[in-house]
Design a protein around this ligand. Sequence first.
Ligand SMILES: [Zn+2]
Ligand SMILES: [Zn+2]
Ligand SMILES: [Zn+2]
Ligand SMILES: [Zn+2]
Ligand SMILES: [Zn+2]
Length: 193
Amino acid sequence: MAVASDQTTSICNNCDREIPSLNLDLHVAHCSLKLEKCKICGLMVPKKHADKHFLKKHAPVTCSLCNETVEREELAVHKGENCPQRMLACEYCEFPLPAIDLIEHQEVCGNRTELCHLCSRYIMLRERSVHESRCNGSTNNITESSRNTSQAERDRGALRTQQHEGPKPPRVLTIAIIGIAVVLGALFYQRKA
Ligand SMILES: [Zn+2]
Ligand SMILES: [Zn+2]
Ligand SMILES: [Zn+2]
Ligand SMILES: [Zn+2]
Ligand SMILES: [Zn+2]
């Protein structure tokens, strides 16, 4: 706001606006009589409309979807963007669900697979858009390399387990232990009888 340099201004205590000093007295008289600062949003509101302003903007209202109390003014934004019960469409199946359930649903829904008609492979829905941008219809490029890595990983895994298991006890020993157990068991039963 440009203020002419030859005019000194003062702040009106009622509305916090800069008022030309010459007009201040008149302004304050008028301002304090007519206007009131809303304690909630700070807006200057005509006194006779203060109640209306409160009702229209700040009156607590209950969201019909989630029963949360919000300011009337925020209700539209709440229902459109914040309400946990607002309906949103699943990005994979387009089924409408409350926002609060959507993440969990998409977690499951995105794991479903669908046939890619270009490469004839089943692709997880969550990977479909990335896949479709890369898929060139050939079955042996990305796929092959990923299969190779997983094969290599499996081999490494097998090696690791073998190393960790250490030398296996000879089978004869195992049989001997089982034999002894059986004999002991039999003795125990005999003594009982
Ligand atoms: Zn004022
Ligand atoms: Zn207000
Ligand atoms: Zn709500
Ligand atoms: Zn879905
Ligand atoms: Zn494909």
